[in-house]
Every structure is written in C-alpha cells, then in structure tokens.
Design a protein around this ligand. Structure first.
Ligand SMILES: [Zn+2]
Length: 409
C-alpha cells in the first residue's frame, strides 16, 4: 500500500520516496512507490502531473492511478529506475493547487445550491479550463437562481472560513445525519469528511485548500438542462476563472472592434448588423430578379422553335443551386419552353408544365446513357452529374435528343 501524503499535507510539493515496483511499457515506465504526494485521478479531480527523478533518470509523470497501490506513469529520460532505490518527487504545483481551489469551490457552490434550492449535486468533473457539476432542479433553472447562488457562494469564499478534514473509523449517528450527501458504498477503511463549519459536511477523497479565501472567487460560466430535472452548471474558480473571463473579454472587445460603430453594447451592434444583412439580402434578391429578366429576354431571342416549342440551351458557370433557381423561375414565366443548362459538373433540364408528353426525366436518362454519370427527377425538372464528356459535347447531345423527341411528337 502506498502512503498518501497528499491527505496528511495537501500542500507538500516535494518529497523523497522509495520505488517498490517498476513496469516498462514502450517508452513509458510505471512506478509504484512506498509513499507519494501525487493525487490519483478520482472523484472528479484529475490526477497530478510532475516529475520523479533519481540518479540517472527523470520521469515526466502524466498519469497517476490506483486506490491502495498508487502507480505513476510517464515518459522516462535516462535509465529505467530500479526497485529499492530512492527517488525525488516534485509536483506541478500550479496544476495541483488550481485543482484544490476548483474542488473546494465546488464544495461551497454545491452546499449553497443544496441550502437554497434543495438541489443535490449528482456529478462533478474538473477540466483544465473549467469545472462542471450536475444538479437536480425540478423547475426551470434561470440566471436569477444561478446568480443568487453564486453571490452566496462567494460570500462563503470571502468569509475566509477554515476547510477542515475529519477522519472516522465509524461515523457517529449525529455526524452521519449532518452529511450533505450520504457515504458512497465503495468507501473502505477510514471515512474522510470535509467540513466548512456551518456551511458543509461531506465525505470526500479529494484534495482541498485549507481556507475558503484561497478559492479566490467562484464564477458560473454557463448552465443548461441535461435531462428533465438534471441541469449542468459550468463554473471556474481562482486563477482559472480569471483566465476564462480574460479570454471571454478579449473575444468581446475584438468582436466589438470589428463593428463600424464600436460603442457598447455589442448586442445592439449585432442587431444593427443583422438588420443591415437582411436589407442587403433583399437588395440582392431584387438585383437577381432584374438580372434574370434580362437574361430571359436574351435567351428567348436566341431560342430555336420547333413545332411551337422554344428550345433554350446554354453552358453556364453558375453553381448548380443558382442555375436551378433560374431554371425554375424561367419555365414558370414562359409557356411552351424547354431549358437545358450544362455546367462544369451538372446538367439541368426543365420544361414549362403546358408542354405535354415530353419527360425531362426520360430525356435525362437517355442523355446520361450516352455521356455517362447519374441523375434523375420528374416530368418537369431533372438533374444529373458525373458525365464523362465535355460540357460542350453534352449540351449538343442533349439538344439533339430533345429535338428528336419534339419531332416524333
Ligand atoms: Zn472534495
């Protein structure tokens, strides 16, 4: 069993220990030590990172796991450590201390949510940039609820209350009754309670700061519904909260700076921007219609007429969706017309619905048989693509087949 020094003194950053077991895995080693300051991942708190070094080697610890025996895994530089030798352990203190601040902040926030709304915290996870809890809350959770709880939680931070750890072999009934959350069935050995006097009492196996003031402040960043009565709350504490807000503010000011009017609030500028965009869209539609009208006139003048049906065909550089919008507009306005458009990688055939018998779908099938590719559609409109011949050849073939159909008719 590894002695867990992070419990007796969570502020211990360096210590010496003895190697008890060694495993080698590719370029990594796994070390089991007689004692450790490295916290193994668990209870929502990530494992510690840091360095284990000895005479002739240095392990960059990236993963720590285990309950009784604690294993430290990482890349090794130099020789492989040996069983029985002494090593020096050095925590990445910034990482660990921030995790302690986040974890303690979570106890405070969860305690306040329980006190104010009788919400239980059912999940907790620390991520590198923020933390997440899940709570039950039967109604609609709002920013009003959240901000009221956040304010109370920060009052606890600023009151500089002690965070105490009590260990029990067995819980006295009055202590058991005072717990915010019942003991997990997995707890073996000593029962470890974390207490903030008059605020919170809960069994916990993580590491915490010794005074609520060290949390710095607690900031809720976002919240959303996960299931019917389970809500997720994202928050950050201490230095991570500051970093998060700095990034958010940078994003805010840079966004505002992109606007022609750079005065707050950004929301008003965005609304103006949206309105402008809608106006421009309207103008664009108007211009497009005018362009289509001109184009239609020119196309009708060049049209070839057989048996009273006008054939309009052209190659185009439009995107397919634009060509389709035009073709639909055109055939609706012009009776007795058939339009064939070939782009670099598509074919579009359409006819005015007054023309009977000739099917665009059928014409498409015949043309594709000749030029390769695939497609389909209806009597009125058909689309295809993937042809193996040049667009110039394809449009000539399509025209030829169409004329034959009109003449047969
Ligand atoms: Zn805890």
């Amino acid at each position: 069993m590894t002695v867990k020094l992070f419990y007796s003194d969570p502020y211990l950053r360096e210590v010496r220990a003895k190697v008890e077991k060694v495993e080698v895995k590719d370029s990594k080693v796994r070390l089991k030590l007689d004692r450790t300051i490295f916290y193994p991942e668990g209870g929502g708190q990530p494992g510690d990172i840091g360095i284990i070094k000895g005479d002739g080697f240095r392990v960059e610890v990236e993963k720590v796991e285990g309950k009784e025996d604690i294993w430290h895994e990482g890349k090794v530089k130099g020789r492989i450590p040996e069983v029985g030798e002494e090593v020096e352990l050095e925590l990445d203190w910034e990482w660990r201390y921030e995790n302690m601040r986040q974890h303690t902040g979570q106890h405070i926030l969860s305690a306040i949510l329980k006190k104010m709304y009788n919400s239980d915290t059912t999940g907790f996870q620390i991520f590198p940039e923020y933390n997440k809890i899940e709570i039950n809350f039967d109604e609609e959770l709002t920013w009003e609820h959240i901000l009221a709880a956040e304010f109370e939680a920060n009052e606890v931070v600023w009151d500089n209350l002690p965070v105490e750890v009590e260990e029990y072999e067995e819980l006295p009934e009055e202590v058991h009754n005072a717990l915010r959350k019942d003991l997990s069935k997995n707890v073996q050995g000593k029962i470890r309670l974390v207490k903030i006097p008059n605020i919170d009492l809960i069994p916990c196996g993580g590491t915490h700061v010794k005074n609520t003031g060290e949390v710095g402040f607690i900031k809720v960043l976002n919240f959303y519904k996960k299931t019917k009565n389970i809500w997720r709350i994202e928050f950050a504490c201490g230095y991570r909260a500051l970093i998060y807000l700095d990034k958010l503010l940078e994003d805010y000011w840079r966004s505002l700076n992109e606007m022609s009017n750079k005065n707050r609030p950004l929301l008003e500028r965005m609304q103006e921007f949206k309105q402008l965009l809608e106006e421009l869209e309207g103008e664009k539609d108007q211009l497009r219609k005018e362009l289509w009208e001109w184009k239609s006139k020119a196309l009708l003048q060049e049209a070839e007429e057989i048996n009273g049906i006008k054939i309009i065909s052209f190659l185009d550089t439009w995107e397919m969706k634009d060509a389709q919008a035009f073709i639909v507009y055109f055939i609706e306005k012009n009776p007795k017309t058939v339009v064939l458009i070939v782009g670099s990688n598509y074919l579009l055939f359409a006819k005015n619905k007054n023309i009977e018998r000739i099917s665009m779908n059928e014409l498409m099938r015949e043309v594709l048989n000749e030029v390769g590719g695939g497609g389909g559609g209806s009597e009125i409109l058909a689309r295809g693509g993937g042809f193996k011949r040049s667009p110039e050849e394809v449009i000539e073939i399509a025209k030829k087949f169409l004329k034959e159909k009109i003449k047969e008719d």
